[in-house]
Structures are given as C-alpha cells and as structure tokens.
Ligand binder design. Structure first.
Ligand SMILES: NC(=O)c1ccc[n+]([C@@H]2O[C@H](COP(=O)([O-])OP(=O)(O)OC[C@H]3O[C@@H](n4cnc5c(N)ncnc54)[C@H](O)[C@@H]3O)[C@@H](O)[C@H]2O)c1
Length: 298
C-alpha cells in the first residue's frame, strides 16, 4: 500500500514537525489543530521557520514553496477523511488519545493506517478501543522531527505485518531510519533515556553537581550533544513527567518515579524551552539555571 496523503492530529512541536517532514518529502499532508483557536499563528510560524532555512541556505525557495503548498492546516478532524495514514500527535494522555482513535475510526476509510506518536503510552491500549486493530501501530518520531533520523515503528499486539511493512517503506520515503520495536512502555529510546534524565535530577537534588556541571560532564565526558537538563528542557518537562509516570506504572521501581524538582517545575508551568523556562531560563542569552532552583530541594 502506498501512502499518498497523511493526516497529522495535533499541531504542537511534534505534530507540526512530522507534518513538515511529510510535506518536504512531497506527500500532501493535512495537520489538525487539536485545541480551539485559529491556525493562522501556526502557519505564520511555519513560514518564518522555513524562511530562515532558505536564508541559511539549508532549503531552496522552491522547496519552501512546494512544502507550504503541500501542507494544509485545519481545525476540523473530519478533514482527514481521505488520508491513507494518520499520525496522532496530541497531548500525552491515554484517555484523550483513546477517544481520538475511536472518533478517527468513524472518519477515515477501513484501509487507513492509524498510528500514534506517543512517547511511552501503550499502543496496544489505543488499539484495544478500535474495531479494526490490524491497522493500528506506533510511529514514534524524535524531536526535532525534521532533523532526527530515527523513527520507532511500534508493533503492537494485533498490528499486521503488512501495516508494519507499509510504515517501514513510508519512513524510508521520508528519508528516515526506522527500527521495528515491540510494544514495551517507552519502547527503546525513552525506556533508556527517561531513567537517565531522572538520575541526573536526583544527582542535582543530592548536591552532587550544579545543572551546568552535570550537563557539562555528560557532554564532555560521554560525548552527548546535550546534557540531561538541556535534553529534558528540549523534550518538554510535561512530556518528561508523563513518560516518567507511564514507565513507573509499568515498572514500579523507585528510580523511575518523578523526582520532587521535576514535579514542582511542571506545577509552576516551567516546561522547558517551549515556555521559556525549565531547568534553564531561556529569557537570557546564554541561558542561565532557573532561579527557582537556587534552593536545595532534597
Ligand atoms: N516532545 C518530544 O520530545 C516528543 C518526542 C516524540 C514524541 N512526542 C509525543 O508527541 C505528542 C505531542 O507532544 P509535543 O511535544 O508535540 O507536545 P506539545 O505540548 O508541543 O503539543 C501538544 C499538542 O496536544 C494538543 N492538546 C493539548 N491538550 C489537548 C487536549 N486536551 N486534547 C487534545 N489535544 C490537546 C495541543 O493543541 C498540541 O497540539 C505526545 O504524545 C508526546 O509524548 C514528544
């Protein structure tokens, strides 16, 4: 089966990134804004970021025009009716995602593949609310979707081999580097990365080092491109907390429970780069550690 049109549910950091990747690969794509409000700001933000790529010589003006031409934004879920593939990329909340999958089955054709970009939730749990389960799978892109090559294709309990094969070919068409993973909480990358970020937060709470020291050590000593706090801010602390809760529910091990500092930052709305503050304060250049973390919390 060839994917001729893609529908992306959610226009957040990941949804919009995935939609851009598909349009850049020449595939007509429609992205649905999942929360109320107009799509105008999203469109102008996208035009601005593609314009910057053209200025920096990373994209031709023709490619920018064709990408924008192939990428439609909408607020109506029903507009994905003629898509061959849906990539759900809304908030990391199982009940909200399950309800969306149920609505989607009433909108799309029986051949349409239904996938989720969840970071840690059970794809099988989303599949369970669907009548036609063989076409449900995970398609886990990495942030930023336009840059990161890996896509985890999640083979849930009743996903058919032909669905996995179609998704594998689709990822290759996007220029991605797919890996097929069985439906385990956190799949491969987040199952390994989440406990790592949580351990860094616990080291901070123990006073082992500052945010800057720990980030510096992992960049300089382990050749990571970002330190664990830079990475957590980049992912979004609400997403990190959601991943933590999901993995904890599965493993029930103390080292994968949410540290106090993470919980408090999320409660304060300090969600990382997307809100301007997380472990770092991005309102100044270069970013400084968030002043809210000046007191030890352990
Ligand atoms: N941030 C990452 O690094 C990353 C990487 C891979 C996958 N993901 C996954 O992608 C999905 C989206 O994450 P994101 O980083 O784009 O988050 P985001 O905060 O940038 O976007 C969240 C999206 O959810 C929508 N939304 C918010 N509340 C909603 C509700 N009640 N009902 C329906 N939609 C709602 C928002 O409009 C927005 O489109 C999540 O499942 C996340 O786990 C995130």
């Amino acid at each position: 089966m060839e994917i001729k049109k893609v529908g992306v549910m959610g226009c957040g950091a990941m949804g919009l990134g995935v939609a851009q990747v598909c349009a850049q690969a020449g595939i007509p794509t429609i992205a649905v804004k999942a929360t109320p409000g107009s799509t105008d700001k999203i469109r102008s933000g996208l035009e601005k970021s593609l314009g910057k790529m053209v200025e920096r010589g990373k994209m031709t003006a023709e490619k920018m025009d064709s990408t924008l031409g192939l990428l439609q934004l909408t607020t109506k879920e029903e507009d994905v009716a003629d898509c061959d593939l849906i990539v759900e990329s809304i908030i990391e909340d199982l009940e909200t995602k399950k309800a969306l999958f149920q609505r989607l089955e009433g909108i799309v054709s029986p051949q349409t593949l239904l996938t989720t970009n969840t970071s840690t939730l059970s794809v099988t749990a989303m599949m369970a609310v669907c009548k036609q389960r063989d076409r449900v799978a995970g398609l886990h892109f990495f942030n930023p979707a336009t840059v990161m090559k890996l896509v985890e294709i999640i083979h849930a309990f009743e996903t058919s081999d032909s669905t996995v094969s179609t998704l594998n070919n689709f990822c290759k068409k996007l220029g991605k580097d797919p890996v097929i993973v069985q439906d385990t909480t956190g799949f491969i990358v987040n199952r390994l990365l989440t406990p790592y970020m949580l351990s860094a937060i616990r080291l901070l709470e123990m006073g082992t080092g500052t945010i800057g020291d720990i980030d510096h050590a992992m960049k300089s000593g382990a050749a990571h491109p970002m330190g664990p706090f830079e990475l957590a801010d980049y992912i979004g602390l609400d997403v990190v907390e959601a991943m933590t809760l999901n993995i904890y529910q599965d493993m029930h091990q103390p080292h994968v429970s949410s540290p106090h500092t993470l919980t408090r930052l999320v409660q304060l709305g300090y969600l990382g780069r997307k809100t301007g503050k997380g472990f770092y304060d991005y309102s100044v250049k270069p970013p400084i550690p968030n002043p809210a973390l000046r007191h030890p919390v352990a």
